[in-house]
Design a protein around this ligand. Structure first.
Ligand code: PMV
Length: 360
């Protein structure tokens, strides 16, 4: 598929108005995307678990205008209240996707959105938010053009979501999503996410992710700035090569359920992501002292008990604690006894692998 294949050229139906709701989950990357080219094209392939509990629900109401406008017309409500400071982000998103959805200026929209997780939790809502909105827009395209296949629907929803926020393209389906071309995965693409196509061992089918909310404040450096700092980064080339190598290694890990190797790759990816931040110019640190305390506790617990617990991080201080279903009791007791003290107001979210977005 190329970008041109996603341009809606003509459509047989006319739709005057309607309303669509999607619930779209967040995702957590195992191999990280950090560094991009123009138009949210990733510098390296990434792979993620689709989550379940952390999600955004978006209702898109639309009404045809008497005549096509020369600007986008939309209102935005977040958790029931008008949220005009989110509008520039949506405006930019609409500008990026208008070429592919030429009907955008023919409608006025009301976007109502809410998150399952607390707003100031330090959990990025861009992946779940942009994927939910992209799916609602694709549902309009489907009403205009009912012949599109489910495969095309999901590919284009992922393609559009990517233009909103790169990692959002991995939040359409589940439960293991790859985005970015990798030579070992024939259908993989820089343009959209695909379901990981190879064998996945049972152990990975119901993995848990408990998210420890270490710092709920606003990040000092946005991921847009962070990605940008990979341009001219002294270790960029090696890092992008490493992501390809880690994906190659994961093929065997996913097939055999080799948790020791899984842990090594996933934790190394998390620390490499933060190492890239610390070695950018200008450099910055998003981890907090409590992030490191938690990591050390996890390592000690693993050493003592032989548990398969491990951690990953996204672009922030929160820690995602990953563990298999079989070990959930012991790990949960450990989290409650030893890790929750490091969470802001004792807050954490019990999540697990999910199966993608749903129309409500
Ligand atoms: O989708 P963005 O631009 O917010 O970037 C997300 C980057 C990481 O979360 C740090 C890694 C990833 O692959 O999700």
């Amino acid at each position: 598929m190329t970008e041109q294949d996603f341009v809606l050229k003509s459509h047989p139906k006319n739709v005057d108005q309607g309303s669509i709701t999607y619930r779209s989950p967040s995702n957590i990357a195992l191999v990280k995307y950090w560094g991009k080219k123009e138009n949210q094209i990733p510098e390296n392939p990434s792979i993620s678990f689709t989550l379940d509990a952390c999600a955004t629900t978006t209702t898109l109401a639309f009404k045809k205008l008497d005549k096509k406008s020369n600007k986008f017309s939309f209102d935005l409500l977040f958790e029931g209240k008008r949220k005009d400071d989110f509008k520039p982000k949506i405006e930019t998103f609409f500008e990026r996707i208008e070429l592919y959805l030429p009907f955008l200026k023919a409608y006025s929209f009301t976007i109502e959105t809410s998150n399952s997780f607390p707003h100031s939790s330090g959990i990025a809502s861009s992946a779940s938010g942009m994927s939910a909105l992209a799916l609602c827009l694709m549902a309009i395209e489907q009403q205009l053009n009912p012949d599109i296949s489910d495969k095309y629907f999901n590919q284009k929803a992922s393609f559009l979501a990517r233009l909103g926020s790169g990692s959002a393209c991995r939040s359409i389906e589940g439960s293991l999503m790859q985005w970015g071309h990798h030579k070992g995965v024939p259908d993989s693409s820089d343009l959209y996410g695909v379901i990981y196509p190879f064998e996945v061992h049972e152990v990975f089918k119901n993995y848990h992710d408990t998210i420890l909310l270490v710092d709920k404040g606003q990040k000092q450096v946005s991921s847009t700035v962070g990605h940008d700092l990979m341009h001219g980064h002294p270790f960029a080339k090696k890092r992008f090569d490493q992501a390809h190598e880690n994906l190659t290694k994961l093929k065997n890990v996913f097939a055999t359920g080799n948790l020791k190797s899984f842990i090594e790759i996933v934790e190394s990816e998390a620390l490499t992501l933060h190492a890239m931040m610390m070695t950018s110019q200008p450099y910055f640190i998003l981890m907090k002292p409590k992030t490191l305390e938690i990591i050390n506790k996890i390592w000690a617990f693993r050493k003592e008990t032989g548990s398969n617990i491990c951690f990953t991080l996204d672009a922030g201080a929160n820690v995602h604690v990953l563990y298999p279903e079989k070990e959930k009791e012991e790990v949960y007791q450990f989290i409650k006894k030893e890790l929750v003290v490091y969470c802001e107001n004792g807050q954490y979210i019990c999540d697990r692998i999910g199966f993608g977005a749903r129309k409500l």
